[in-house]
Design a protein around this ligand. Sequence first.
Ligand code: G3H
Length: 523
Amino acid sequence: MIPKEFQIEPLHQTTYLVNGELREWKGAYDNVYSTISSTKEYQPTLVGTVPHLGKEEALEALEAACNAYNKGKGVWATMKVKDRILSLEKFLKQMQTKREEVVKLMMWEIGKSLPDSYKEFDRTIEYIQDTIEEYKKLDHDSAKFIKRDGVYAHIRRGPLGVVLCLGPYNYPLNEAFALLIPALIMGNTAIYKPAKYGVLLMAPLLEAFRDCFPKGVINVIFGRGREIASPIMATGRIDVLALIGNSKSAIALQDAHPNKNRLRLVLGLEAKNPAIILPNADMELTINECISGSLSFNGQRCTALKIIYVHESIKDTFLQKFSQKVDELKFGNPWEKDVKLTPLPEVEKPNYIQALIDDALLKGAKIQNQKGGERTENFIFPAVLSPITEQMRVYKEEQFGPVVPVKTFANIDEIIDEMARSNYGQQVSLFGKDVYELSPLIDNLVNLVCRVNLNSQCQRGPDVFPFTGRKDSAVGTLSVHDALRSFSIRTFVASKDNASNNAILEDLLQRGASNFISTDFIL
Ligand code: G3H
């Protein structure tokens, strides 16, 4: 029996946000199911419905975003920095009142545990607050003139135009807002399409979007990517594609754009972050970090440890202790106390993970833990698989789910070669103590990935740190600071140092007539 406070009534979202209006949808709807059962006999729960919009509505949203940008003269794009900040602050306040609603939907829609759902919400609030502070700093640093070779320049960062933003299901709020908020604060206008799962949780925030931004600045549409995002791209009117997801969709969307050179990309894509465990690593610490690194939120994180390399001299101890710890992880519904593993939101995921296990077993791997591969209707218990070879699917594919391949090594160069050959290059976790062994490795690994985590799991946070990747793992860099750069371009006013120009500049400044040329700054 589900405790009363976590029971859910279906939420039928009948509107979508275009041009500052919550438009009633008269067409078809998509059912949103949770893989969590509310009845004793297992059956997915209907948690609500969302509009199934089509090309026409998508193009209306695009038109609204383009009109709001209005060739760079829209109110939002030309607004004073302090006024854009006021809008964001108002939004933040309204958003904070929706915490409980969003968290409950997050648990049902994507199976994220209660503490982690709260964490995602609070982290997003903090991200917005930090973005506002960072934007003030940026504004402060630009509030001046510099002079070179007889030319005065007033240099700022300006918006790029219209942003199409698509987020992933695993962080449906945080990752989406980590794109949207910097895009908006820099003066761009946006169309946002939530992911397939974690879509209803956006509903409680639509009114806040409507109330806090000028019309058309933010438009939220529901439906299938192929049906609504591709036609938008095909118009060639999108200036920035901001997407956290997989490279297949990112490439398909880029391909739809007729002027690729005009399209700025901000992409967070696949990864297969390895853990490297050296012979003298602290075993207990390593195991704890590898458990949360590989299995928090069931391994459904782009930053998750998706392969563990352990030195052959310590392989037996590691496998035995790690497997035991995996088996101790509690599976249950997201609101249950101490739950660490939760239902998988994708109906097909248990079968996919099963196929990876079967393939590995066929090619010589063994399941090292007792519960590995146990099935329920909405879950498959994580299997620790070893030995692993390069021929196995679980070695090559980003599993994005509960299965942990453990590969042994004798010589560290083998791993460097494998990482260099890999299509991915986001992060690595390096476990060891000997500085003479660690130093050359660190110096090498920083050039293969973009974050080397010493004796700790891979992760995106804290969000002030750069989040990026090499090869197929990312395009562009996100962090509170870097995202403001990614969604803007340097643009400036230059004037030759002569009496008449200088008099105009002084006049402009004194009258405060331009929102761009200003040496005021906000504290
Ligand atoms: O899915 C990728 C997320 O950005 C990972 O964030 O490392 O904080 O869990 P996290």
